[in-house]
Design a protein around this ligand. Structure first.
Ligand code: CP
Ligand code: NVA
Length: 299
């Protein structure tokens, strides 16, 4: 039976923790000569721009011995109205896995329903599970543990927030979210996670950041919402700056999935400051991408 990685919650706790462990091993060079993807071709359908996800997956596939095929919808008959069903069924005859970045999560689920090869979510409007895996790997590397860590997420209750909540529920990270009213993460994701770990939602950043081990933020408006000026105006007091950071533990780390809008959700002083781990976090996208590919393609 093929497995997909559409949401963090597609994995069990043990699987998620072993992917973190495996990503760290691959980072330090364990099994570097093994090429588990030799002879395999992986499609990459991207309906939105990407720097980290696209390049880290292409490099990961190459380094594991496989062949990445980057596809934009304009280059596919999808753009002329071919159905997701036919596209997924046909591509499954050529490819060994498909990585997809799209808008609605429903589109991804529909693709996965018809595809007979594993589907990996490279970001939808609702979830960004590959990011959350690299994020938990980074927290583990920096803090030496995950269970009990307090993660303060300041910003929009978006795809990154939803996946961080699901990842927190698998790892025992306590997640405190500060977001304006009306921008909360998905209710079903919050409710489900609350049965496994501490998930709190505030409308005030100071409340979430108090004594945090990790302070995380993301853009105020995500890809596809750029025209929503009204939404942006709700976030004025949700900036991660040095004043806010003082409320966290003195050894707190600062995270951002990137790309960042300096001067909006985070100041240059903080993102370039000594507590920021954003470049290690971005690097970990490569190592964790390898762990995901290896897991799904060598089951
Ligand atoms: N963090 C992340 O997914 O970045 P890209 O949009 O550049 O892939
Ligand atoms: N929330 C952001 C994440 C980008 C990696 C977006 O969807 O645009």
């Amino acid at each position: 039976m093929k497995r997909d990685y559409l949401k963090v919650s597609d994995l069990s706790k043990d699987e998620f923790l072993s992917l973190i462990e495996r990503a760290i091993a691959l980072k330090v060079g364990v099994d570097i000569a093994k090429c588990p993807l030799i002879g395999k071709s992986i499609g990459m359908i991207f309906e939105k721009p990407s720097t980290r996800t696209r390049v880290s997956f292409e490099v990961a596939i190459y380094q594991l011995g496989g062949h990445p095929i980057y596809l934009t919808p304009k280059e596919l008959q999808l753009s002329r109205g071919e159905t997701i069903k036919d596209t997924a069924l046909v591509l499954s005859r050529y490819l060994d896995a498909i990585i997809i970045r799209t808008f609605s999560h429903k589109t991804l689920v529909e693709f996965a329903k018809w595809s007979t090869v594993p589907i990996i979510n490279a970001l939808t409007d609702e979830h960004h599970p590959c990011q959350a895996l690299a994020d938990m790997m980074t927290i583990f590397e920096k803090k030496g543990k995950l269970e009990g860590i307090k993660l303060a997420y300041v910003g929009d209750g978006n795809n990154v927030a939803n996946s961080l909540i699901e990842a927190s529920s698998l790892t025992g990270v306590r997640i405190h979210i500060a977001t304006p009213q009306g921008c909360e993460p998905l209710n079903e994701v919050v409710k489900k996670a609350q049965s496994k770990t501490e998930v709190k939602i505030y409308n005030n950043p100071e409340d979430a950041v108090l004594d945090a081990d990790v302070v995380y933020t993301d853009v105020w408006v995500s890809m596809g919402q750029e025209e929503n000026i009204e939404k942006k105006s709700k976030f004025k007091k949700f900036q991660v700056n040095s004043n806010l950071l003082k409320k966290a533990k003195s050894d707190a780390i600062v995270m951002h999935c990137l790309p960042a809008y300096r001067g909006e959700e985070i100041t240059t002083e903080v993102i370039d400051g000594p507590q920021s781990v954003v470049l290690d976090q971005a690097e970990n996208r490569l190592h964790s991408a390898k762990a995901i590919l290896e897991f799904l393609l060598t089951l």
